[in-house]
Design a protein around this ligand. Structure first.
Ligand SMILES: Nc1nc2c(ncn2[C@@H]2O[C@H](COP(=O)(O)OP(=O)(O)OP(=O)(O)O)[C@@H](O)[C@H]2O)c(=O)[nH]1
Ligand SMILES: [Mg+2]
Length: 388
């Protein structure tokens, strides 16, 4: 059976003995005790999970690639998420600065006011100032002109109508990243400029796959920075993922990815997540490195990479739009992860991205912990952004 699975599933019903919806082939070796990953943003390394010889991962055919530990059996509930406010509450809380920026202007603009040309023009300016970008702002205002021109509106009505218009722009791009488990491994190349949250997003994905019972290997493709390798190593230990680390700093990232993919294929690993450098000395060097990496992994699997995930930092506003343009010219970006929506005043940029590129927005990050990555929901986001 072709094991196609949506990347994110709803949390399982709290009945641990229920069989998984999609059976995951049991790993050949004995299941390791499930370590309870309690990741925190603190960089202190978690203790490596205890390994007896019987539970040690099988030998990797490639040196400097460690294979993943046995994943938790599917159906084992994930560690309890921080449910102080619930996911939607946390999204709203995270978006509160973006929301305040938008709704304060809308409220002062529309104290029971006729929706005339001047009002529409001011609305367009407000949307642009909230990082929605010109094309989305124009589209929304055109909607308003068609349906409400000349009517008297209140600020509340405008907020609700804006939420609907924004949800309509976001709905076509709110798509999960589909992992094809028949691939073994499904290769995800993670790209983005430095500091956007690539490594953290890989860690969050690793945690998610482990919770689903999938095995996962991280590739520390940012080989020049020892700290980048160490950061990924810590996360690999916390999440039980395998790790391909460079033999020495500055080792060829493409060669490392080649070795990692070779080892992952031999071991039947489910997902290979390749971290990449965000900053090289110039744009063409970055482009060459990414292209070379893709060329080289295609020698092992001509269909790889199966996903190219561009990670964007929501706090950078319109820069995220520019980054998407540049990376899309370099590589075939297949989807976006938007991070740091907690505390960004520029969350409106997600609307600009949707309108201008139409690329799937797979997931959003709202914190530094492994559980702080969620599927992107158009309506939830639009309502959160408008505070309705
Ligand atoms: N608040 C918040 N912080 C985040 C989020 N995602 C990542 N971060 C933080 O952002 C910082 C940079 O994250 P990294 O994952 O190291 O970013 P990167 O893209 O790998 O950076 P380079 O390796 O330097 O290119 C870290 O301090 C993360 O903890 C998020 O969703 N919310
Ligand atoms: Mg990194």
């Amino acid at each position: 059976m072709a094991l196609r699975d949506l990347f994110f599933r709803k949390p399982p019903a709290p009945v641990p003995e229920a069989p998984p919806a999609v059976p995951i082939p049991a790993p050949a070796r004995a299941a390791a005790p499930v370590p309870s990953p309690t990741p925190s943003p603190a960089p202190a390394p978690a203790p490596a999970p205890a390994q007896s010889p019987a539970l040690a991962p099988p030998q990797s055919p490639v040196p400097n690639v460690t294979l993943p530990q046995a994943p938790a059996p599917a159906g084992v509930p994930a560690p309890a998420p921080d449910e102080t406010t619930g996911w939607f509450g946390r999204l709203r809380q995270g978006l509160s600065r973006s929301t305040a920026r938008l709704t304060e202007s809308v409220t002062s603009l529309f104290q029971k006011r006729r929706l005339d040309d001047a009002a529409l023009e001011e609305l367009e300016e407000t949307l642009i100032a909230a990082d929605l970008g010109l094309p989305a702002a124009q589209r929304i205002v055109a909607d308003f002109r068609k349906t409400r021109f000349g009517t008297d509106v209140t600020a509340d009505e405008v907020k609700h109508a804006l939420a609907e218009s924004i949800a309509a722009i976001l709905a076509p791009v709110a798509l999960p990243m589909v992992i094809d488990t028949a691939r073994k491994p499904h290769v995800v190349l993670v790209v983005g400029v430095n500091g956007t949250g690539k490594t953290t997003t890989i860690a969050k994905l690793g945690q998610h796959y482990r919770d689903e019972g999938r095995s996962c290997t991280f590739v520390a493709g940012d080989t020049f920075r020892a700290a980048a390798v160490e950061q990924l190593q810590v996360w690999a230990e916390r999440t039980g993922a395998g790790l391909a680390a460079p033999a020495k700093p500055g080792a060829d990232a493409a060669g490392l990815a080649f070795d990692a993919l070779t080892a992952a294929r031999a071991a039947g690993t489910d997902v290979l997540l390749i971290d990449t450098a965000g900053r090289l000395h110039n744009k063409s060097a970055l482009m060459e490195e990414l292209k070379k990496l893709i060329r080289v992994i295609k020698r092992v699997d001509p269909t790889a990479p199966h996903s190219v995930l561009l990670v964007l930092d929501a706090t950078t506003g319109q820069n995220a739009v520019q980054q998407t343009r540049i990376f899309s010219e370099m590589v075939d970006v297949t989807g976006l992860a938007v991070t740091k929506l907690d505390g960004s005043a520029k969350g409106g940029v997600v609307v600009a991205l949707a309108q201008e590129f139409g690329l799937p927005v797979h997931m959003v990050g709202v914190g530094e912990k492994a559980a702080d990555l969620r599927p992107f929901d158009a309506r939830e986001f639009a309502r959160g952004l408008m505070g309705v």
